[in-house]
Structures are given as structure tokens and as C-alpha cells.
Ligand binder design. Structure first.
Ligand SMILES: C[C@@](CO)(OP(=O)(O)O)[C@H](O)COP(=O)(O)OP(=O)(O)OC[C@H]1O[C@@H](n2ccc(N)nc2=O)[C@H](O)[C@@H]1O
Ligand SMILES: Nc1ncnc2c1ncn2[C@@H]1O[C@H](COP(=O)(O)OP(=O)(O)O)[C@@H](O)[C@H]1O
Length: 284
């Protein structure tokens, strides 16, 4: 038997850090949305009691370090599953990009294996397991547009963005989330994004308020390390984006455009010097 799951990428419409916690994680307030750029997972039961991972992408670990492997191992241990599984990852989401590709693969593996192995776990139970794999995994299980607090695992649903185009540009730079959080001085942040205004903007479907409330406190850290990320954001705005922001810890930057002609212009303008550029829509 085989099951298939889609693993969509996320973007952060706002990302604020309130303080550094005693457990080393940061207390955050983030508004997140899913876009229709997705990995695809194929999961097949195999007779041998083992977890096997394959992918066409040569640049991710295919052993026990892979987040889909970790998800399968966790489920096997917690639910006493004796069966094996072969997971094929059809990767489309850029890796280590701030788009939660690995977390979304882990979430899709939890969802898919819950079905394949007929475990009957609820979404809340899957989210609780997901927390052990990464801060973004519970959100990747829930999906939609949310306000995420805690270390990212406490979720409140929000209305989606009004219909729009999202242009995503991933420069050829590797950014480590742990390194970016590690460099942040949480007690010295001067410009906190207006999370309340973003939430209100979404509730009122007020496009100008939403675009005006985009903000991410990790931008400055990544911009310092890689000035070209700031230049991509500036280029997007110059090309007519209604708003632009780095997603997560970066280095991916996204532009929002209400009009498809604007999105096309931004795409064409970036394509020349950034290889990985996509025009996508928000998943509702
Ligand atoms: C920044 C964000 C924004 O959505 O996403 P990405 O840029 O990774 O996509 C997330 O907070 C990342 O979530 P995720 O990638 O799941 O992080 P984890 O694996 O849990 O943690 C990686 C490392 O980031 C730091 N970390 C993560 C989350 C958090 N609230 N505080 C932290 O300090 C910790 O140093 C941790 O060791
Ligand atoms: N299934 C997976 N897909 C992508 N990256 C993975 C996966 N499993 C483990 N990783 C590792 O996780 C790290 C973070 O990857 P990713 O989730 O794509 O980034 P981000 O957290 O910035 O959105 C990378 O260093 C990558 O090697």
C-alpha cells in the first residue's frame, strides 16, 4: 500500500522575538501562511522493519538526519509500529531557505504514516509529536494562516491573505536558523513588527494595512551576514511590490503583489540575477 502527501512551503508575514527563554529557544510572535510551492512525499509499506529515504535532490541528508526519517522513527517508537516504510521525497522547496521545507516534510510524513499504519492519531496528537521534531512542525501539520506564539507551536487560526501573487526569490546562500537566532540580541531589538496590525489587517482583509505591517526582526541579522539579501528586497520594492520581506531566518525574500502584471514584472526583474525565483499563490 502507498500513500501520498503534499508538503507546502511557508512564509512569515511577520516575525517578532519577544525574549530569549531559559531553554535556549526564543519566545516568538509570528504570522505564517502556506504557499503552493510544495514537496511531494510517497510512502510505501515494505516488508523489512526499516526506514528508507530516497530523493531526486542530491543536497539533503537521506539518512537518520532527514526530518522525514526522524518523523517516521518517532511514530514507530511511540506507537510500537513494527512495519517498515520506504519514503520518496520529491523536493521542490529550496533547502535551508526559511521556507520550512524540512519541517513540512516531517509534518507530511507524520500525516501520511498515521494513515499508512492506521494509527488513528488526532491532529492535536500529531502536532504534539511534531513539536519534538522542530518548532515549525506543528504549524506545518495545521497549515493555513496562523498567529504562532511560544517557540512557534501555539497556533491561532487567521483568515488568509486576500487573493494575491507571491514572488519568492532564494539567493544561492546557506543560512543556518540556529546561527541567525544565536546572533540576535533579543534585548536590543529596536523595531518590533506591528503584529497586532498584521492580525487586524488580515481580519479586515485590508491589503494596505497588511503590506504596511510586514516585518521580521531576523532580517537585520541575515542582512548583516549577507547584504545581497537586503538588495533582493530593495529590488522587489523598486520593481513595484506592494510589500516585501525576508521569510524566517532567510535567505529567501518574498514580494506580495495584488496584480499579476506586477508579479510578472518582479519575476522578470529578478530572474536575471537570482536562479531560484517562483511565482506562487497563498494556500487557503
Ligand atoms: C525562523 C523560523 C520562523 O518560522 O523558521 P525557518 O527560518 O527555520 O524556516 C522558525 O522559528 C525556526 O523553526 P525551526 O526551523 O523548526 O527551528 P528548530 O529546528 O526548532 O530550531 C533550530 C534552532 O533555532 C533556534 N530557535 C528556533 C525556534 C525558536 N523559537 N527559537 C530559537 O532560538 C534554536 O537555536 C534551535 O536550536
Ligand atoms: N527533508 C528535508 N528537506 C530539507 N532539508 C532537510 C530535510 N531533512 C533534513 N534537512 C536539513 O534541515 C536543514 C534545514 O532545512 P529546511 O527545513 O529546508 O530549512 P529552513 O528551516 O530554513 O526552512 C538543512 O540543513 C537540511 O540539510
Amino acid at each position: 500500500m502507498k500513500v501520498f502527501e503534499k508538503a507546502p512551503a511557508k512564509i512569515n508575514l511577520s516575525l517578532d522575538v519577544l525574549y530569549k527563554r531559559e531553554d535556549g529557544f526564543h519566545e516568538v510572535e509570528m504570522v505564517m501562511a502556506m504557499v503552493d510551492l510544495a514537496d511531494r512525499l510517497e510512502m510505501e509499506a515494505i516488508p523489512r522493519d526499516t526506514i528508507m529515504i530516497s530523493s531526486q535532490a542530491g543536497y539533503i541528508p537521506l539518512d537518520e538526519k532527514n526530518l522525514a526519517f526522524k518523523a517516521a522513527k518517532l511514530l514507530k517508537e511511540r506507537c510500537g509500529v513494527r512495519q517498515g516504510v520506504y519514503i520518496h521525497l520529491d523536493k521542490h522547496i529550496p533547502v535551508a531557505a526559511g521556507l520550512a521545507g524540512g519541517s513540512s516534510d516531517a509534518a507530511a510524513a507524520l500525516r501520511g504514516l498515521n494513515r499508512l499504519w492506521d494509527l488513528g492519531l488526532s491532529q492535536t496528537e500529531l502536532q504534539q509529536l511534531g513539536e519534538e521534531l522542530g518548532s515549525d512542525v506543528p504549524y506545518c501539520i495545521a497549515g493555513g494562516t496562523v498567529l504562532a506564539t511560544g517557540r512557534g507551536e501555539k497556533l491561532q487560526p487567521l483568515p488568509p491573505l486576500p487573493p494575491c501573487w507571491v514572488v519568492i526569490a532564494k539567493p544561492p546562500i546557506n543560512v543556518s536558523t540556529a546561527d541567525v537566532y544565536g546572533r540576535l540580541r533579543a534585548d536590543q531589538i529596536e523595531n518590533h513588527p506591528p503584529t497586532g496590525r498584521m492580525v487586524e489587517g488580515l481580519r479586515n482583509q485590508d491589503w494596505l494595512a497588511i503590506c504596511g505591517a510586514l516585518g521580521n526582526v531576523l532580517e537585520e541579522v541575515t542582512f548583516q551576514l549577507h547584504p545581497e539579501v537586503r538588495r533582493i528586497k530593495e529590488t522587489m520594492l523598486r520593481l513595484g511590490a506592494d510589500g516585501a520581506l525576508m521569510s524566517g531566518s532567510g535567505p529567501t525574500v518574498f514580494a506580495l503583489a495584488a496584480k499579476s502584471s506586477r508579479a510578472r514584472r518582479i519575476y522578470n526583474g529578478l530572474k536575471g540575477f537570482c536562479k531560484e525565483v517562483y511565482v506562487v499563490r497563498i494556500l487557503t
